[in-house]
Ligand binder design. Sequence first.
Ligand SMILES: [Zn+2]
Length: 283
Amino acid sequence: MAEGQLEIGDIRVASLSDGVVEFDPRLMFPETQIEHWSHFYDIFPECFSGQHFLMNLGVFVIGSGSKNVIADTGFGPHGKMLGSETSAELMDDMARKGIATEDIDTVFMSHLHADHVGWNIDPDTSDVPTFPNARYTVHRADWDHFTVPDEDSEFGMEPIERSVIPLEEIGVLDLMDGETELAPGVTAFPTPGHTPGHMALLLSSGRQRAIFVGDILINPMHATETDLSFALDTDPAEAMKVRHEVLDRAEREGTIVLGSHLSPPGWGTMVRWEGRRYWRGMG
Ligand SMILES: [Zn+2]
């Protein structure tokens, strides 16, 4: 198999990235000291620049039957993300990997944070979808939550007004109310907590399974630090419950876990090492 590609039975997954963003860990995990993460420096060197996190903005194109689903659209060319520089590489990465925007049938948004919707609309315009042949889809609970102005929202209203609301106006947005099959064996299901309408994807073909977890896991270290609350979780208690359920099950069943912010190519399995759980990347 080519680098950056995964097969789950008949389902094909290509790994893409919109770039890497650097953060002070205390911005994301305010309860912890910066030294808390030193244990992981040697295990995940690609996730650190000194004491800072390096966060991959991962995107996946999932092909099944004649359908292509893109799982999230990165941050896009919209300046800084929570104070950090971004590089907006998704279109270049797609071109490099031979995937055209016209090839995409469905844009799946795991949730409506700014780093998951950034390329929805062609950035040279205000109302032309980047993926011209696609329907765009998100859970109704995220639409209801994020389209109501909220002064406390971490990313502000600008990403919603620029990258989400136009989809509705153009008529390419479908809201999901629950489990929804997007392509043969590719099923979105609710995993609330990080946001009210956060959804994951189950990829199932033959006897093989994988799960795209979006932001249930915010980085590889989070698979080990399952009990640490992430600052951007809308409902921290529910997010933690879902994180435990999904990761415990993936560990038990040996399921491949793909995540938006895991180390490229962004997929791996749960392993036990000295009594603790770790996400171990593959390929
Ligand atoms: Zn994210």
